[in-house]
Design a protein around this ligand. Structure first.
Ligand SMILES: Nc1ncnc2c1ncn2[C@@H]1O[C@H](COP(=O)(O)OP(=O)(O)OP(=O)(O)O)[C@@H](O)[C@H]1O
Length: 254
């Protein structure tokens, strides 16, 4: 297959993307670019199509029309093997962390390595598990099971499990949902640390404006099927556009 990796150009480039489900027109001309090393926050009300957008990026859904390039390749044109290869370069942090309850933290982290990386020695695996746990600040939980961890800790372990495959792109779906304000701030810090330590480029889907302000190099506001405005937090919210102002007023607590 052609080389997925490319050093130049955006890691994600979306142009004029449309997606409907029957009469429900969810994405109606979405344009978005994520440059290497950039954290882009996608903001939008419930049901505006944020998850649909990242599912198209990950090849879990296919657009009706328009372009969705990830690491230089049109995702909808990849065959199954190519899709698997590209997905290994994308880390998903899901809302509910999706850890295996019956496995310890160590086993949860070993699982993707053993499954996807060939010829690793026991010592290599140990080293990588401990490295990534240290990176998320939870080395001490290595022998615990998920039910013994707090929601914030489970979120961190979920992120660690994604990072262990050294993804180039991270997709965070509501990373701070359901967490208390202090834990939210810790997760925001972790998202920024991940960018520094792992040189990832990320899309962060959130309703949380503090998360958007703290983690987003750029904010993209999804409304009525397209991005109404993109820019820094200040650029997006320093506006007279009523719909953006009401989103801000309704959501911003801190
Ligand atoms: N596979 C599907 N089949 C039919 N409709 C779908 C499908 N996936 C999503 N939708 C619909 O598309 C719309 C957008 O859904 P999506 O999950 O992207 O919203 P969202 O912006 O992520 O919302 P939330 O913030 O609540 O997670 C919703 O009306 C949803 O019901």
């Amino acid at each position: 297959m052609a080389e997925i990796n490319q050093n130049e150009g955006p890691v994600i480039e979306i142009k004029d993307l449309y997606k409907s489900f029957g009469d429900l027109h969810v994405l109606q001309g979405v344009n978005l670019k994520v440059d290497k090393g950039e954290n882009v926050v996608v903001l939008g009300r419930s049901g505006t199509g944020k998850s649909v957008l990242i599912k198209i990026i990950a090849g879990l859904l296919t657009q009706d029309s328009g372009m969705c390039h990830v690491l230089g390749r049109e995702v909808s044109e990849l065959n199954q093997k190519e899709l698997t290869d590209i997905r290994l370069k994308i880390g998903f942090s899901f809302q509910n962390s999706a850890l295996y309850d019956s496995m310890t933290v160590r086993e949860n982290l070993e699982f993707p390595l053993v499954r996807h990386v060939k010829n690793l020695s026991k010592a290599d695996i140990n080293e990588q598990v401990e490295y990534v746990l240290d990176a998320v600040g939870l080395l001490q939980t290595i022998n615990q099971v998920p039910s013994e961890l707090s929601g914030g800790q489970r979120k961190r372990i979920g992120i660690a499990r994604t990072l262990i495959l050294k993804p180039e792109i991270m997709l965070y779906d509501e990373p701070t949902a359901g967490l208390d304000p202090i834990t939210c701030l810790e997760i925001n810090e972790l998202i920024n640390e991940v960018k520094e330590k792992y040189h990832t480029s990320s899309i962060i889907i959130t309703h949380d404006l503090t998360c958007a302000r703290e983690t987003g190099d750029r904010i993209a506001m999804l409304l009525d099927g397209k991005f109404l405005k993109q820019g820094t937090f200040e650029e997006v919210f320093d506006t007279d556009e009523e719909r953006i102002k009401s989103f801000y007023d309704y959501n911003f607590i801190q």
